[in-house]
Every structure is written in structure tokens, then in C-alpha cells.
Design a protein around this ligand. Sequence first.
Ligand SMILES: Cc1cc2nc3c(=O)[nH]c(=O)nc-3n(C[C@H](O)[C@H](O)[C@H](O)COP(=O)(O)OP(=O)(O)OC[C@H]3O[C@@H](n4cnc5c(N)ncnc54)[C@H](O)[C@@H]3O)c2cc1C
Length: 720
Amino acid sequence: MRQRQVFVALLLALSFGVLWSLDLGRFIGFEQLKAHQAELTAWRLQQPLTAAALYFAGYVLATALSVPGALIITLAGGAVFGFGWGLLIVSFASTLGATLAFWVSRFLLRDWVESRWGERLAEIQAGVDKEGAYYLLTLRLLPVVPFFLINLLMGLTRMKTWTYYWVSQVGMLAGTAVVVNAGTQLAQLDSTQGIFSPMLLGSLLLLSVFPLLARRVVHALQKRKVYARWASVRPTQFDRNLIVIGAGAAGLVTAYIAAAVKAKVTLIEAHKMGGDCLNTGCVPSKALIKSAKLAHQMRHAGQYGLRDTLPHFSFKAVMQRVNNIIAAVAPHDSVERYTALGVEVLQGTAKLINPWTVEVSLHNGQVQRLSARSIVIAAGARPVVPPIPGLHEVGFVTSDTLWDALAQCDEIPQRMLVLGGGPIGCELSQCFARLGAQVTQVEKGDRLMAREDEEVSSWVRNTLQADGVQVLTGHQVLRCERRGAEKILVAHVQGQEVELAFDVLVCAVGREARLQGYGLEDIGLPTQHTVQTNDYLQTLYPHIYAAGDVAGPYQFTHTAAHQAWYAAVNALFGEVKSFKVDYRAIPSATFIDPEVARVGLNEQEALSQGVAYEVTRYGIDDLDRAIADSEAHGFVKVLTVPGKDRILGVTVVGAHASDMLAEFVLAMKHGLGLNKILGTVHLYPTMAEANKYVAGEWKRAHAPKKVLAWLEKYHAWRRG
Ligand SMILES: Cc1cc2nc3c(=O)[nH]c(=O)nc-3n(C[C@H](O)[C@H](O)[C@H](O)COP(=O)(O)OP(=O)(O)OC[C@H]3O[C@@H](n4cnc5c(N)ncnc54)[C@H](O)[C@@H]3O)c2cc1C
């Protein structure tokens, strides 16, 4: 607890103490109020301003300190000041007091609650961000929820004070009016029970659900408005339950789930089944990485006690192997497999004609129109081609075209220029260098893999340079030129132009969602870098969903598959129950050697988001298995909540980092802390032991020093 918090806590304790010692409770009973009503009214008539000011201040104080008795004090307001003045004074005093209590809770408790139950709080916060004012209004309108509890709970969220104030003022008005009015007839009341008759409570209950009902109505009206222009074309019945556009990771998994729950589903693919991952992404790149790694190990076989050997190979054979591997994995994503699973697979280009109808231009020349109750857009992404003057004239390849282009080469191109310092650029640069090309990697930012912490970027740079890649950061590309047979890229760096000659230019500057050419614009689906979706992956038209690279925010196969589950289930069963996509614990890896893998926050993200953290590190150079494998380099870096073992994020750099990360992904997803990892038996000797050792480092740093000092004394005493 910080000093200021301690001060406020002490001040509150003191105020409670004073109230307690004055035994004010004796005045805040129903009978006492009735007994003193005449006196109090006489006093108010003599000194109206003083009476109102003292009553107001007392009310604010009692509410701010969350002391019980608000009902009696409010009754007193009516009894002493009458309905009009009573309501005015109580309404402002109670709202001001409630806002102060809300602040006190925020100031004293929020950090503490956040550090203990941060994820829970984050969920509540997400709800508050979205519909906080409505919830608060509902709670306020319903006088059965103790108001002091609402103040304390809402203080834990990040709701704006002004929102809290005005919603409270409006929401409490009806309940306050009832009680103040009851106060004006105090003489006729026998007890506080009589204030809220079942009839009155019923009315307030109706009033309290009104805002939520109103919202539902507004939603329904918005929905009607969205669909209004399509009213005449909306089919009265549908051919299918679901149409899925695109058979990459997102589309395949969506169709799989739909078929598994016996929905009638059609999957449409314009190009190759399996999408990017199988044909131009993960699978070919990882196959090439393996060949490149082996070539590298042969060159450095001396470190394993063998002789360093220059790898002799046919590049064509290497690329043939890549194609063989694609072919070996392809049956998993094939038309045959999906047809057998119960999915109707159409090979052709899909186009949205209206929100329920998709036109398919089949590869066999036929055109088919299909309708479905729901549609999932899973059209993926494509490589970004930057607007560099002369680029198209000199020619270039991207992740889409490089595999076919390289498959034609007998030898690896001699001088390869890789544009882009992100994960794909780094993986490809290292591969090409290890397979014998002179690789120059050009990045306009000041470091590679800029989403990672700076130390990771330097690690990656050193690794690539050790493999012979010339890494040029801070280079702004100006143009490409052809000079005779020579192809040149001109870049700007520190006020100078540099010229880089190349044989093949690989453009790896990022990938953008595929948004054009299949009807999104025709039906008015909003896009902004990606198809815009809500937390349930619904687009503007609630029955049209998007998943995978086309929807973002991630561009991974595993996130595409993860979103696909939500898209399929929400599309088919959303009218009964919808699920928000859970983006906690999303792992990512860059498969350079050694690998870089991460889940959750790294330091630069924690700093930019203002999240307090502690860092614990374990050096993999110390790990038995890594030493045995001559892979003794890298580290595990864990960010935790200060003083707690709760994991905020993990970065692993090292051999098999992507596999090692799985344990942390599980831990984060299920709220397991480092103590649990430490208490788990890890097989010896494995790389995964590093996870346990980093947990051990954390434990050592948080050992209870005082207890240990006492234990030392105890053992000394036992020795006699
Ligand atoms: C070089 C490279 C390496 C990568 N490595 C990894 C990795 O190691 N790990 C990882 O997780 N991710 C990796 N990725 C990213 C991964 O490939 C993508 O995130 C993943 O493929 C996205 O799947 P998707 O289903 O969203 O899109 P896609 O796989 O792109 O599938 C979309 C499909 O929709 C089809 N389509 C588009 N429009 C239409 C239309 N109108 N009608 C019919 N069909 C249409 C397309 O032809 C395509 O097949 C890599 C990507 C690249 C380029």
C-alpha cells in the first residue's frame, strides 16, 4: 500500500471511530426518529439553512463512509424538510456521498483487487465498458441492491466518475422519492417495512428492467435498419445453414464444426484447399527451415565431434522436398476428406450477392447461387506490395509466389534481397543464407522484429548476422532500378543513398486482409484493414461472421482455427447462446534458429499499457539438456504481477522455444501461477525443465527472508 493510501485508510478508520464513540446509532432508529420528529421539525423551522446544511453534510458523510442507516436518514429528510426540499437535498447528498464512496473504493481497493483477481476484473471491466451505464442504472433503480455495495463494486472498475455520478443521480431518484414521501407521512407509518409495498416493489422492478429492455428494442430497431434495404430479397427459406467462403485454416475448421453438429454446410475455395498455411505459409516455410538447419549443422558438425562438412545438394531437390511435404499434408485439408466429413465443397470463386446469397463461379465454368441462414467469411490475407517506384519493372516475389519461383531454380539465387524485418522476413533470410545465398535484409525501422523486446531484436539480429545475413535496419527504400542486366534497390539511410544489387527480391513487408472482389463492398460490409467484427465475430449483418486473417487482429493459423470455433458455433446457435472470442493467452512464434516464442505481455507492451510487472529470467545456457545438445543459448523471461506468481507474459528464446511455451500458455489460460509450475515434475533431461527453473528463480527471489532467518536460528538451536 502506498503512503497516501495508508493515510486515507487511517483517516477513514478515525472517522469510523469518531462516529462509533458518539454512538450516533441511537438516533438512527425508526422509533427514535418518530420520537424526535417534532423537535427536529421545530429546529428546521428556526434555522432552516443550518438544518439543511448539517443534514446534507451528515448524509454525504454517512454515504461516503458506507455506514448503515441510509433508509432512516432518507425518511428523516422527508419528515423534517417535506417532500420537495427533502427530495432535492437527499438526491444530491446521496449521489455526492455515493460518488465519494466510489472514489474511496477505487483509491484504496482497486490496485489490490486488480493484482489478485485481475482477469475477473478485466471481464467485469469489459462489460462495464460496453454497457456499464445501463447496468448501473438497473442496479440503481432496484432499491433491493444495497447502495453502498454498488458504490464499492463500481469503484473497482474504470467507469468514468461523471458517468457514475449522473447515472446514480437519475437512477436513485425514483427510490429516493418513495422513501422521502414516506417520511412526510411518518406519523402514519408503523415500521420501515411498510414503505415498499409489493405493488411498489413490482413497479420499481419493472422500471429497473426498462433500460435493458429499451436497449434490446434499440438493437432490434438497428438490426431492422441494417436489413431494411434487403427486405425484398431476403429468402423465406434457405438452401443451407451455413456457407463458408475460403478453405484456409479458418474456413476448414468452421466447416468441420458445422458438419460435426449436422448442419448443412458448403465450403467454397477459389484457389487451393488449405489456404496460405498449407500452400505458401507455415508448411513450406517450416519444411525449408528444416533443410536449412541441417545444412547449417553439417557446416558446424565439429561441435558435435564430427567433421565440419560443406553440404552438397541440389536446390531443386530441396524445393522438391518442400513440395513433397505440402503434398503429404494436403490430404488433411482435401476435398475428399471434407466431403467424407459431410461438408459440401465447391471449387470456385464466391461472391456475396446479398446478405444471404452467394454466387459461386465454379472452376468448371458453371455459376451457382446458394443461400444460407448464416455466412462465415474466411477469405484470408495476401502479401502487401509496397508502392516502390520501379518495383514491378525489376520484378519481385512474395510469400505467395516465391515457392513456385524457387522450385524452377537449379541453384539458389546468389544475391537475395529480403525486404522486411518481421517474422516472415527473418525466417526466410536465415533459410536462404544457410542454403548458400548472399542475403541482405532491409528493414526501415531501427530493429528487427520490433514487436518483441529490444533484447530479443538484438538477439535475432546477432543470430542472423552469424549466419551471414547482412542486416540493414533504418533503411528507407526509395526505388528500384534496372541497369543493364543488374537489378538495384536504392535506399536512404542517414542522409545518404545506398545501392544494393540483387538477383531476387523477396517482398516480406506484411500481409493485408483480402477485402476486395467478392462483394463485401456491394453489400456495404464495413472494412478497415480487416472485416469489422464485434466480440462474437459478427459483422454489420449479425448473421454474417468473419474469422481468420480476414478478421484479424492476429495472423496465425492457430488463431484462425480458434476464431473458427466461435464463428461456427455463434453462426449456428447464436440465437440461443453466443460466445465472445477468448483472446487470453494467444501464443506466437518465429521459427528462426534459435526460436523466439511468446505468450502474453512482453516488457515493452507492459510499459506501454501501464501494467506493473516483475521480471524473472532463466538462462538456457545453464540447462543440462541444452548443454548436451550443444544448444546452450537463449533464455526464458517471465513477467509476473509484482509480489505474486501470476503470469502476465513469457518470452522464450532458444531451441524448441515454441514447444516449451505450451506449458506457459496452459498456465496463463487456466490461471496457474509459477508456484504450480515449480510444483510439477518435469522430465529430465528436457528443454522444458527451463520452465521449472525459471519458476524456481522466482521462488528464490520471493523467499520469506524473515522466516528463513528464524529457521536458521532454529536449526542452530537444534544443533545445540
Ligand atoms: C511465409 C508464411 C509463413 C507463415 N508461418 C506461420 C506459422 O509458422 N505459424 C502460424 O500460425 N501462421 C503462419 N503463417 C500465417 C498463416 O499462414 C495464416 O495466418 C493462416 O493461413 C490464415 O488462415 P485463414 O484461413 O485466415 O486464411 P488463408 O489461409 O489465407 O485462407 C483463405 C482462403 O480463402 C480463399 N478465398 C479468398 N477469397 C475467396 C473467394 N472469394 N471465394 C472462395 N475462396 C476465397 C483463398 O484462396 C484462401 O485459400 C505464415 C504465413 C506465411 C505467408
